[in-house]
Design a protein around this ligand. Structure first.
Ligand code: CIR
Length: 250
């Protein structure tokens, strides 16, 4: 069984972190409608979706990916790089503990799950502004080979420019990270559609941001059933698709 954990959008999402203040501001009601569409897409991909309650003290709480890195039956609960996000992992850990063995990350380590990308027995990790050397070192507890990856300037997380597609395949934005970095078969995202390089693949299904036809065509050509979902409001908070779930058992 494939489980996908999500977390509802709080009213305080209007104050979520963003590199530049969104204009127009975040429409929280619209964000909730988009979040529901995302959950429906996960279900259409075959996942059993469990949605955690929102916490107004966690404006970015719907970006659950950053709070845990799951490998097999073990979940590393992170210490997010942004100080305003440090309260988020506790509620996620409480739910994951029903299914998984938990391991912790302690100060001074910081790591956001959005920086972690698994291909086979290798875990690639972005050396981002959110993820430090101690955080990367802690990933050893998950038992995979760990490879650090330099990110292009201004990129928040590794998975902003690439995502795993299963079976050794990687969706990668052109002109972002050299493809030779990865031991993978590449499905290319044109540079003009870089935002679409963040996608959630579950088996032969993939969830992508709507409005990126060339990426959609590339994924269809690669054999995927594509589910396009709206992203305008999460994008205002520098979020995208993988960040809204933790998928277990895929
Ligand atoms: C943040 O800046 O931390 C959030 N506003 C966005 C986090 C997105 N997370 C992700 O892509 N893994």
């Amino acid at each position: 069984m494939i489980r996908a954990f999500t977390r509802s959008v709080p009213d305080s999402f209007a104050q979520a972190l963003s590199a530049s203040p969104p204009d127009p501001p975040i429409d929280v009601a619209l964000a909730r409608a988009h979040h529901a569409a995302y959950g429906a897409a996960l279900a259409a991909c075959g996942a059993v979706v469990e949605t955690l309650a929102a916490d107004e003290a966690c404006p970015d709480g719907c970006f659950v990916e950053d709070t845990a890195v799951v490998v097999g039956a073990r979940a590393l609960i992170t210490r997010p790089g942004a100080p305003s996000r440090r309260a988020e992992p506790a509620a996620v850990a409480a739910v994951l503990a029903r299914w998984l063995e938990l391991v912790e990350m302690t100060e001074p380590a910081t790591l956001d799950g959005g920086d972690c990308l698994r291909l086979g027995e290798t875990l690639y990790v972005g050396r981002s502004a959110r993820t430090n050397a101690a955080g990367i070192a802690r990933l050893a507890v998950l038992g995979l080979r760990v490879i650090g990856v330099e990110l292009p300037p201004g990129v928040l997380h590794l998975k902003c420019v690439c995502s795993p597609l299963g079976d050794g395949r990687l969706l990668l934005a052109e002109h972002s990270i050299p493809s030779a970095t990865f031991d993978a078969s590449i499905v290319w995202v044109p540079a003009a559609e870089t935002y679409a390089a963040n996608a959630v693949a579950i088996g032969d299904h993939v969830i992508v941001a709507d409005g990126y036809p060339r990426t959609r065509d590339a994924l269809v050509a690669a054999g995927f059933t594509v589910h396009a979902v709206p992203v305008s409001e999460v994008r205002k908070a520098d979020g995208s698709l993988t960040c809204q779930s933790i998928v277990v058992g895929a």
